[in-house]
Design a protein around this ligand. Sequence first.
Ligand SMILES: Nc1ncnc2c1ncn2[C@@H]1O[C@H](COP(=O)(O)OP(=O)(O)OP(=O)(O)O)[C@@H](O)[C@H]1O
Ligand SMILES: [Mg+2]
Length: 276
Amino acid sequence: MTVPTGGAAQAAPPTISVEGLSHSFTDPQTRKTVHALDDVNLEILPGDFVTVVGPSGCGKTTLLNILAGFIRPSAGKAFVNGRAIERPGADRGVVFQELAILPWRTVYRNIAHGLEIQGVAKPEIDERVNRMTSLVGLEGFEGHYPHQLSGGMRQRVAVARTWVSDPEIILMDEPFAAVDAMTRLTLQEELNDLTVRTGKTVFFITHSVEEAVFLGDRVMALSARPGRIKEEVHVPVPRAERSWERMSHDEALQDTVEHVLSLVRGEAVEPTGQDG
Ligand SMILES: Nc1ncnc2c1ncn2[C@@H]1O[C@H](COP(=O)(O)OP(=O)(O)OP(=O)(O)O)[C@@H](O)[C@H]1O
Ligand SMILES: [Mg+2]
């Protein structure tokens, strides 16, 4: 929270804003087109945790790839801190849908990887990696290789790898999809704590409506492809007060889950074939 130091308080500009964003992919061989996103508008303010749900193939990863600067939209605009997004940048860190950790590197060297590429000095890398391993509960496993870790621990490495570079914005694509239900609850509570403590801005894609409500300040429900924002749902309990214990008996949170479920329930999963 910033406290105005006098005069009229100025509204902080949105960290991310998206205006009239549409995207189509064209198969270079068949010339057939898949219309992935349609007229998406969105604002993410500093420190917001925005979650995204929608049926498979509705364009969630495409939207994340546009925000990350990996692909340019066919129409419309996306901005980060008022600048048009044209390429990836150190201000945005990505945790990918497919677990992106390097099997031949230890936990320590996986987490250190990005800092090594940036040419950060060794003592600073040590300091930052050690702080990160303890933040995500991996102390004692620094020398382990990914195959020597549980699925939940590998997931923590993936999050730590992105977090250690201290990007202002973290874009996460179903980071917990592959872990078992119990581990997932722990990782969700840990991520909630971490983001409440650090005030990071997060854009988080998931297939789980409960996860979206548990983690988000707002849940964006997307329609089936082409993905449009059906509704943005505000979650009525501050993130600092969330726990799974509370989720299980808080009526406002339960009602929110029901409401988001009703929004996504009507949306079919991705139809087979292409659009035209
Ligand atoms: N590089 C590409 N070339 C052609 N079509 C693509 C490409 N990437 C995605 N698509 C198509 O765009 C649509 C949206 O894909 P996207 O990966 O964004 O969906 P998603 O919502 O992330 O799905 P899921 O929940 O299954 O991860 C899909 O129909 C997909 O086949
Ligand atoms: Mg996806």
